[in-house]
Design a protein around this ligand. Sequence first.
Ligand code: AMP
Length: 324
Amino acid sequence: MPTPRILSGIKPTGKPHLGNFFGMMQPAIAWQERGEAFYFIADYHALTTVHDPAALREYTRGVALDFLACGLDPARAVLWRQSDVPEVTELTWLLSCVTPMPMLENCHAYKDHVAREKVPSHGLFAYPVLMAADILLFDSNIVPVGRDQKQHVEVTRDIASAFNRLYKSDLFVIPESSILPTVATIPGLDGQKMSKSYGNTIELFDEEKTMRKKIMSIITDSTPVEGPKDPATSSILGLYRLVAEESAILQMEEEFRIGGVGYGDFKKRLFGTLWEYFAPQRARRAELERDPGHIDRVLADGAHRARAVAEKTMARVRAAVGLK
Ligand code: AMP
């Protein structure tokens, strides 16, 4: 079987949080050992919500720093800023022309937005088409994402198939999403999906005091210390399962069931384990911060390598549709 091409992206809309890490960054880092890994910082996508240029630049560098600190290896994976490969916007237009509006009207990110009585921008509405272009531009086979992005990868498959049918060709590779069941949706402080837009995130590299405070603020029910608690629905356990040893998880689950330990104690245990878990990444991050030029070099090299692939795809696509 040929080496798979793996592609994924992360929006620089703030500092990466545990949902980003376990849902996408960690699987992406694991995939870099098994195929040709292409990962980008989705600054065009971030523009649907970030309208402060200084913040966008800062978040973009921050995501690169955090990703490298977590183990992204630029020798194995291509890491670039989405806007450094502007071919993706041209492909977005070509794909838009074969994308039925009802398909986009059915996308949950758009529907959620409307349900919250916000007025969506055209960018937010069309965002799955830009995501399709991200994926198809690089002939990607596998897209490691959290469950929230599964629908958008399916949209990509539909758009690619429609395009291939229309132009009677195999222009685009049909990609597949890869979602690890254990990390499909990481819960936030309030038990909903952890998300910047819900304000319930725990950032990977928060200060110790901040992280402790956030963990202690996880919302629980009002079961008293002595009462049995439900291990299936707890965000404390949901997060603990991601970072603790098997035996420690089993012990916490048992203590939930039999009662006698309060949520405060469970939260302290979660904080301690989480803080330890990210100690090596924190050390690497501190080291990387001492050489700010390193991030620029990684991103410039990534842009160069990504653009070489993008240009080839675009030449093929332009010829197929009759632009050249
Ligand atoms: P975004 O910040 O929306 O660009 O997300 C980057 C990646 O993180 C995507 O693959 C998402 O699916 C993933 N992700 C974000 N939040 C969560 C979450 N709470 N649980 C699992 N994956 C997530």
